[in-house]
Structures are given as structure tokens and as C-alpha cells.
Design a protein around this ligand. Structure first.
Ligand code: NAP
Length: 343
């Protein structure tokens, strides 16, 4: 069988190779190999016969760095760390970079710099890290266009459930005027634990056991994760050019099992809600632990489930829901983005 190794950021070349029956291999370089990275590696392996992707290099913070242009095994043996993302990408020479480092809600770094290093090398980028979208989306989107590469980030909000792709691909001509969403799974699990009379720490431990808590779970509890998602949604869907620091934010840190029990007696509950709305030409963003009737659409999400409602001009309120997503769905979002990029 013919084998075409694709060495540039040229989608047409890949498509031409596929249509001629070549075996096209697309090498991916991952920065970050934690819960999402490992789930993504399992997904790639499970679809190896149908799709041309292979992980050819991985760079991490503490485990080190590993390269093999012919593809890495499921549990790679890491060598000494590359000195920088630039050195890593130069040696890996991949067709696309996948950025999966932890969220830094204050600056979006070092992920923003990792993405810029990839653009500078003509690489398409997929990330599940919402920091860069919340802090630097408009600049990064412009830099991707200038570098003639594609930049995708579906997993940054609601894991792999369609949010950005939903609007981009299925709502042409629609303006998003606002949104409301229950977007943080860890806080849902904490509220659920409290409803059962257990503590905040029990809920956090459950989220950690599922691999869905942020590396620092206070980012979930204090509303930072929800604020970062609100900024990302506003930046991409409403051209807001805001950062998480612009979000009027309050988390669930002061919530107690007693308060949750009292609310339950009057058929109410609490959800950590992210809201955005266009008002007098400005986008305003808010994160709050809101008291909701049990019948409120935002209150129906349980466990790790997420719900987002988009308030639009031509389509009214339209939503997306993800029931009990796990890290596999985040990995799917990364995979879907790669399929979107490489056609
Ligand atoms: N987990 C989820 O369900 C989920 C859902 C949606 C989005 N996300 C987002 O996806 C991203 C990855 O999440 P995760 O759960 O996989 O995180 P994780 O388990 O904490 O793994 C993070 C990985 O990044 C590496 N890393 C940290 N700092 C680095 C640096 N400066 N340079 C290179 N590598 C670095 C770590 O290296 P070491 O292994 O050496 O420590 C680790 O491999 C995060 O931005 C998160 O917000 C996660």
C-alpha cells in the first residue's frame, strides 16, 4: 500500500491522499498527558483502523518528554523533558498540536504560549484548555488566520458536547444575545453530596475520582472554572473580548448541607450558574450559586451533567445538554476537532 507522510499544514494534501487510497498518517504532538490526554490516547487507539491519527510525541511537566514519529505505545516511557515547548515541537515536527495542560484561570498561560509556538510552526491546534479561549481568543484566532492554520477548542465548554461547532455549523445568520448554563460538574457533585447530607470535601473527592475536577479544585468551588467558561462563550459566540477577571463571580464555597436541606423542603435547589447577556451594547458576565425551583430547566442537571441555553435573535432559546459526561467525552471533543480540521 502506498504511504503518504503529510508534512505541512495542508488539508487539501491529506484529502487528496485519502481519495487516492494512500495510507495517510497524521502525527500529533500532545502537550499535557493527564486524564484527558490518556483518554484521548485510548480513543485514538480504539479507532486506529478507521482514522489516520497517531500520537508521535508527548511533553509533560514532571513526567518528561517522549518522541516516536512511528507512533507511541499506550503507556509511553518518558525521557528527559524538552527545555521548552518550542524545542519539543521542533523535534516532534508533527502535523498538529493538541494542548492539554491544566487551566490557569488568571492568565491562560502557559497554554497561550504553547499555542502561539504551534502557530509559528504552521501547525493546526486543538485544545481542551479553556484558559486561552477566555484570555486571548480574538488574538489567537487572528494569529491562526494569519498563519493559515485552524484552531479548534470544542472540549473547553461542556466537554465534547457541541457548543461552538453547534453555532458555527448549524445556526448560520443567528446572533447570540446571551446564555445561561450549568457548566461546572464538580460543583454539581458537591451540591448532590450535600443533598445526601455529606460534606463539600466528599463531593470534591467524588469529582477527583472521576478525573473531572480541576487540578486545583478550588478553581471549581470558587467559580473560576464557570467564569472562565463564561468568558470563553462570550468571546467566541458574542465577540466580547473579555477575560475571567471581568466576570462578576461568586462560587459555592459558603454553601452548607443544612442550607441545601432547607431549600429541598420548599422544592428548591442550588446550581452554580454562568450567565452572559448583551446590555446597552456591552456583554455582562456573572457566575452565582443561584437558588432555583426544582422545575427550572437549569435545575434538572444532576451529577456531572451540564446544560447550556443560548439566547438568540432568530432562533429564540436553543440549548445543548450533556448527560453524565466523563473524560471520554472531553477526549471525543478533541477527536471531533481533529476530524473537523483534517476533513
Ligand atoms: N478532566 C476533564 O474532564 C476536563 C474536561 C474539559 C476540559 N478539561 C481541560 O483539559 C485540560 C487537561 O485536563 P486534565 O484533566 O487532563 O489535566 P491533568 O490530569 O491535570 O493533566 C495535565 C497534564 O499537563 C501537564 N502539564 C502541566 N503543566 C505543564 C507545562 N507547563 N508544560 C507541559 N505539560 C504540563 C501535566 O504534566 P505531568 O503529568 O508531568 O504532571 C499533565 O500531564 C485542562 O485545561 C482542563 O481544564 C478537562
Amino acid at each position: 500500500m502506498n504511504c503518504l507522510f503529510y508534512t505541512g499544514a495542508n488539508r487539501a494534501l491529506v484529502l487528496a491522499g485519502l481519495s487516492r487510497g494512500y495510507t495517510v498518517r497524521l502525527n500529533l504532538a500532545l502537550i499535557g498527558f493527564g486524564a484527558v490526554g490518556r483518554a484521548f490516547a485510548r480513543l485514538i487507539e480504539s479507532r486506529r483502523a478507521e482514522y489516520p491519527f497517531r500520537i508521535a510525541a508527548i511533553h509533560t511537566a514532571r513526567h518528561g518528554t517522549v518522541y516516536n514519529p512511528a507512533g507511541l505505545p499506550a503507556t509511553p516511557v518518558f525521557g528527559p523533558p524538552a527545555r521548552s515547548a518550542e524545542e519539543f515541537l521542533d523535534r516532534a515536527s508533527p502535523h498538529a498540536m493538541v494542548e492539554l495542560t491544566p487551566l490557569n484561570p488568571a492568565t491562560g498561560e502557559p497554554a497561550v504560549s504553547h499555542i502561539r509556538a504551534a502557530f509559528a510552526r504552521g501547525l493546526h491546534v486543538v485544545t481542551a484548555n479553556k484558559g486561552p479561549i477566555a484570555h486571548a481568543y480574538s488574538a489567537l484566532a487572528a494569529e491562526a488566520r494569519a498563519a493559515r492554520v485552524l484552531f479548534r477548542f470544542e472540549s473547553t465548554v461542556m466537554d465534547g458536547a457541541p457548543v461552538f461547532n453547534l453555532v458555527r455549523k448549524t445556526l448560520p445568520g443567528v446572533r447570540v444575545l446571551g446564555f445561561s448554563g450549568v457548566l461546572n460538574s464538580t460543583s454539581n457533585l458537591v451540591i448532590e453530596a450535600m443533598r445526601e447530607g455529606r460534606s463539600m470535601d466528599d463531593g470534591i473527592a467524588r469529582a477527583q475520582s472521576l478525573g473531572i475536577a480541576e487540578a486545583d479544585p478550588s478553581f471549581d468551588i470558587d467559580g473560576w472554572d464557570s467564569a472562565v467558561k463564561a468568558a470563553a462563550l462570550a468571546n467566541v459566540l458574542m465577540d466580547a473580548r473579555l477575560s475571567p477577571l471581568d466576570v462578576d463571580r461568586r462560587g459555592i464555597g459558603r454553601l452548607t448541607p443544612e442550607r441545601v436541606a432547607t431549600l429541598a423542603q420548599s422544592r428548591k435547589t442550588v446550581r452554580l450558574v454562568s450567565r452572559g447577556r448583551l446590555s446597552s451594547g456591552r456583554v455582562r458576565l456573572r457566575v452565582r450559586a443561584e437558588v432555583l425551583d426544582l422545575t427550572d430547566p437549569l435545575a434538572i442537571v444532576q451529577g456531572t451533567s451540564n446544560l447550556l441555553l443560548l439566547h438568540t435573535d432568530l432562533m429564540g432559546v436553543v440549548g445543548t445538554i450533556s448527560l453524565a459526561p466523563g473524560v471520554e467525552q472531553t477526549a471525543y471533543g478533541v477527536f471531533a476537532d481533529l476530524l473537523d480540521i483534517f476533513g
